[in-house]
Design a protein around this ligand. Structure first.
Ligand code: SAH
Length: 389
C-alpha cells in the first residue's frame, strides 16, 4: 500500500515475467504478454470482510486485523477497512454497541475464553448485505437485540456460525440463520450466484468479470465444444463457459461447493454443465483410465458422450496456489485438448506447470495478468496454450 497504484501494477507485471522466464525457463519472444488489467479505483473492491474481534488493554472491544504472526489485533480507524464495503463500518459499530450494552464477552485467541470471535460481512453488487457472527459457542445472549440493530441498518440476512476449535480457521461447520434467507444473490456478467457465509466466491467482482471474459476469449468457444473446468469452486467459470459450449464438466474437492455449483446452474437455467466432487488429480485420471476405449475394463456405454468427455476441445484449470499435480498435467496431455486455459493465482507454480505443458506438445500463446487484489502482493494470470499441430 506504500506504493502508488501504477508502481504496484508495474511490479506485478515484472513478477509474472520473471517467474515465467526464470522458473519456467520460457522464451517469451513469441508469447503475447499483455499489460496487466488494473482497476480504475483500487479501493473498496472486496465484497467479503472477515473482521476479528478482540479487546484492547482496557478490556474494550476492538475490531481490526491481526498483526503478522500474532494474535494482537490492530484496530481499524473508524471501523473502516479501505478495501471493504463502505457500509461495513456501521455494521461493526452496531456490533460494538451491542457488546458493550449487554456485556457480551469477546473471545481471546490467547486464552481461548470468551464468545464473539469474528464478524463476517458479504455485500452483493446490488447492495444486499449478509452478516454472520462467528462465536465460540452456540448459546449467545441477547441475539434478538443485535439482529434488530442490524436489520435497522438495512442488512438483508443475519447468521450465527459456531467455531469452537481453538485454531485459526475462521468458520466452523454449523451456521444458523437468525434472519432472512442466510444467502445473498450476486452477479458476475449475466449470471447470478447464490452465496452463503461459507461459500467460496471471488471477492473482487469487477476484476473477476475481466478475468472470466479473458478465460472465455482464450477458450474460443463456438457452441459445439466439450470443456472441462478443473478446480471449479461453485461453478462460476464453468457456467460462463456453458453459455458458449455444448457441454462443461466441472471438478471440485469441496462437496458443498459442488452442491452450490449445481444450484447455480439451475438458477441460471443452464442444463449442459455437470459437476463431480473429488480431487482433480485423482478424479480426472480415474475417469480417463476407466473410460478410455483402449482400456479393457472401460468402454463407453452411453453412446458418444463419454468419448467426447475423453477428448475435450478445451480444458480450463484454476488451481489454488500450489498449482496442478503432475498426475493431472500428464492426464490432460493424454486427453489432448486443442486448448488449455490456465488461470493461476501464483506465478511461480504457474511457471513450473507451464514448463511441463510446453515440454509435452503445447505452445504458450497468451499471458494476461489481472490485478484481482490491489494493495496486496498477489497477482492473478490467465494463460492460453495451444496444442502443437
Ligand atoms: N474457479 C473457481 C474457484 C477457484 S479457487 C472460481 O473462479 O471461483 C480453487 C478451487 O480449487 C477451490 O474451490 C478449492 O476448493 C478447489 N480445490 C483445491 N484443491 C483441489 C483439488 N485437489 N482438486 C479439485 N479442487 C480443488
Amino acid at each position: 500500500m506504500q506504493m502508488s497504484y501504477s508502481a504496484q501494477l508495474a511490479a506485478k507485471e515484472t513478477k509474472v515475467r520473471d517467474a515465467l522466464t526464470r522458473i519456467g525457463g520460457l522464451d517469451l519472444s513469441d508469447v503475447s504478454v499483455a499489460p496487466i488489467l488494473g482497476m480504475d479505483d483500487p479501493c473498496r473492491y472486496r465484497n467479503k470482510e472477515q473482521v476479528p474481534v478482540g479487546t484492547d488493554a482496557s478490556g474494550n472491544p476492538v475490531f481490526g486485523f491481526f498483526a503478522e504472526h500474532t494474535h494482537r489485533i490492530v484496530p481499524m480507524p473508524e471501523y473502516d477497512c479501505l478495501l471493504g464495503d463502505a457500509g461495513n463500518a456501521a455494521i461493526l459499530k452496531a456490533v460494538r454497541s451491542w457488546l458493550l450494552q449487554y456485556s457480551v464477552p469477546v473471545y481471546s485467541e490467547e486464552t481461548h475464553t470468551g464468545l464473539i470471535r469474528h464478524v463476517l460481512m458479504r455485500t452483493a453488487g446490488s447492495g444486499e448485505t449478509l452478516v454472520c457472527l462467528v462465536c465460540a459457542r452456540e448459546k449467545v445472549p441477547h441475539l434478538d437485540a443485535l439482529v434488530q440493530a442490524l436489520l435497522n441498518l438495512g442488512v438483508a440476512s443475519v447468521c450465527l456460525n459456531v467455531q469452537p476449535k481453538p485454531d485459526n480457521v475462521i468458520l466452523g461447520p454449523h451456521t444458523e440463520i437468525l434472519s432472512g434467507s442466510g444467502r445473498i444473490t450476486d452477479t458476475i456478467g449475466k449470471l447470478s450466484f447464490s452465496v452463503s457465509p461459507n461459500s467460496f466466491f471471488q471477492v473482487n467482482r469487477t476484476q473477476t468479470e475481466k478475468l472470466y471474459a479473458k478465460a472465455l476469449e482464450f477458450a474460443d468457444l463456438h457452441g459445439g465444444e466439450t470443456v472441462w473446468d478443473l478446480y471449479c469452486g461453485i461453478g462460476t467459470i464453468s457456467l460462463f463457459l456453458a453459455q458458449k459450449a455444448a457441454k462443461v464438466y466441472g471438478v471440485e474437492i469441496i462437496p458443498q461447493a459442488v452442491a452450490d455449483a449445481r444450484e447455480n446452474a439451475r438458477l441460471n437455467g443452464l442444463t449442459n454443465a455437470e459437476f463431480f466432487v473429488g480431487e482433480a488429480e485423482k478424479k480426472v485420471p480415474e475417469f480417463y483410465e476407466k473410460k478410455h476405449p483402449g482400456n479393457a475394463s472401460g468402454g463407453t456405454d452411453e453412446a458418444g458422450t463419454e468419448d467426447q468427455a475423453l477428448t475435450p476441445d478445451v480444458m480450463v484449470v484454476d488451481p489454488p496456489r500450489k498449482g496442478c499435480d503432475r498426475q493431472l498435467l500428464d492426464t490432460m496431455v493424454r486427453m489432448s485438448p486443442k486448448r488449455i486455459v490456465y488461470v493461476s493465482c501464483d506465478p511461480a507454480t504457474l511457471a513450473r506447470d507451464l514448463k511441463i505443458l510446453t515440454g509435452s506438445g503445447y505452445r504458450l500463446t497468451d499471458v494476461q495478468p489481472v490485478d484481482m487484489f490491489p494493495e496486496t502482493m498477489s497477482v492473478e494470470c490467465v494463460t492460453r496454450l495451444q496444442k502443437d499441430s
